[in-house]
Design a protein around this ligand. Sequence first.
Ligand SMILES: [Zn+2]
Length: 161
Amino acid sequence: MKAEKDKVVGFDYSLTVDGEKLESSFDSGEALWVLLGRGQLIPGLEAALEGQEAGATLSVDISPEQGYGERSEGMTQRVPKKYFQQAAKLKPGMTTVLALKEGGHRAVVVQKVGMTTVDVDLNHPMAGKSLHFDVTVNAVRDASAEELEHGHAHPPGAEAH
Ligand SMILES: [Zn+2]
């Protein structure tokens, strides 16, 4: 079966940026399961998986525009410390997670820590980076009705939700 929109794809991957391996599911044992074509992955990785079958191995270079986007200037924002989960531990250069007023979370890079506020760069930490993925496709299958309704894949053994 070929991977295409609304098929579920299980795969292992490692991510290398600027010559440094940042993540590897081969090491962590946490393979990804995604419902293709639903925005669960960056565009470049979605495109690379399209048409692949179980057993395929891929070596993929992804430009910033097909990854996490280009960096934008003027994305610095001063945020009260109460919006951070571990404000006391923040240092410039760290990536942390910011709870958004409108709900949800966002990864940000700390620029400056003040008495009551923190300056953060709202660009995604991977913005402007060229990404290299090594991928092994483990499985391609039809999505269940529930997965299609939820808009994401349910990994084997996932709890009902
Ligand atoms: Zn679900």
